[in-house]
Design a protein around this ligand. Structure first.
Ligand SMILES: [Zn+2]
Ligand SMILES: [Zn+2]
Length: 342
């Protein structure tokens, strides 16, 4: 049983791994799952083709991906200018930015795991375009692309989609990773994330999926039971500079990873999936290595990882599971989606 603290070199913080606690009795609330098959089209879904959205806009009869500006944006170019605070300690400013929604497929009943590799390649191409187009804008310093999946992370509409927040600031985790990566490069002359990949390859115990140019692994310092990082092996500051072969390889490894997630408990596996990419504010980000992170909130089919005293109160994670054991679990699963098996 693993019982130790592990250093998270990207976040520069300790993670307590206390795997001997995982079987402690639980009498609290458990999570119920809806596992009934969904129809391919839903009349009142605001993401399905041909349907009207709350803004009055009508979705086109799209047949690949579909991108639109969020009807309830958290940041917007027309956000109001707030009144001055009149305080030395409190600051404010306009919530400038662009918020978009990107549907993966016209099919309401599919998920990333059920898309064909070529469809995921088209999705990657869209992510590349959005990063470049939004990042080029003077007022945008960072482009955060993420997918929230599952009711337990607050998603009410299961239609497969991700969101894009292009903001006038750099999100905190990216800022932390940028600083850690830059310091590492100047101290060691090497890229931090490349060294993490090399360490995972040397150890090999936590690798989930790998091909010529892409890799998925459950990191040594994982904070969540089934946390997985997916990345190109070559260092790229963002997804935009992947060539076609690298994009294809990334699509394959990404699919393999999410299929294993769904196969774990034979149900749609919830997660938060951010793409971590270099800021677009014109800074020097040579040290940054683009990667995709999966943060799944469940540690058992019906049991949430609650964020409590250590995480919310103290800011460091307590993990009740061994990364090596969880990686072995994922690796042992078939890579054909359970809905495709007879
Ligand atoms: Zn839909
Ligand atoms: Zn990251």
């Amino acid at each position: 049983m693993t019982w130790e603290e592990r250093w998270h070199p990207l976040r520069e913080e300790w993670v307590i791994i206390a795997a001997h606690r995982q079987d402690r009795p639980w009498t609290g609330e458990t999570v119920k799952h809806q596992n009934e098959p969904r129809p391919p089209y839903v009349k009142d879904c605001y993401l399905c083709p041909g349907n009207a959205r709350i803004s009055g806009a009508v979705n086109p009869s799209y047949d690949g991906i579909f991108l639109f500006d969020n009807d309830h944006p958290s940041v917007g170019l027309d956000a109001p200018t707030p009144p001055a605070t009149g305080s030395d300690v409190y600051r404010n400013r306009s919530a400038q930015g662009i918020a978009r929604v990107l549907c993966y497929s016209p099919r309401h009943d599919l998920s990333l795991a059920q898309l064909e590799v070529c469809e995921i390649e088209r999705l990657i191409a869209a992510w590349q375009r959005e990063y470049v187009d939004l990042g080029e804008r003077q007022e945008i310093d960072h482009v955060l692309i993420f997918e929230n999946k599952g009711e337990v992370v607050g998603v009410s509409n299961p239609h497969p989609h991700c969101q894009i927040y292009a903001t006038n600031f750099i999100f905190k985790t990216i800022e932390t990773e940028v600083k850690a990566s830059s310091r590492y490069l100047s101290e060691k002359g090497r890229t931090l994330f490349s060294d993490i990949i090399a360490a995972e390859q040397r150890d090999a115990n936590r690798i989930i999926s790998e091909n010529e140019t892409a890799i998925a692994f459950l990191p040594y310092f994982a904070r969540y039971a089934y946390e997985v990082f997916v990345a190109p092996k070559q260092s790229h500051q963002s997804i935009a500079s992947l060539n076609d072969a690298e994009a294809r390889d990334l699509a394959e490894v990404l699919k393999d990873t999410v299929v294993r997630f769904d196969n774990l408990w034979q149900m749609p596996f919830p997660y938060v999936m951010p793409l971590h990419q270099a800021p677009t504010d014109g800074g020097d980000y040579r040290a940054f290595h683009f990667h995709i992170e999966f943060h799944p909130p469940l540690r058992r089919p019906n049991l949430l990882k609650y964020l409590a005293g250590p995480e919310i109160g103290g800011g460091n994670f307590l993990s009740d599971t061994s990364p090596e054991e969880k990686a072995a679990e994922l690796r042992a699963l078939p890579n054909l989606h359970y809905t495709m098996r007879k």
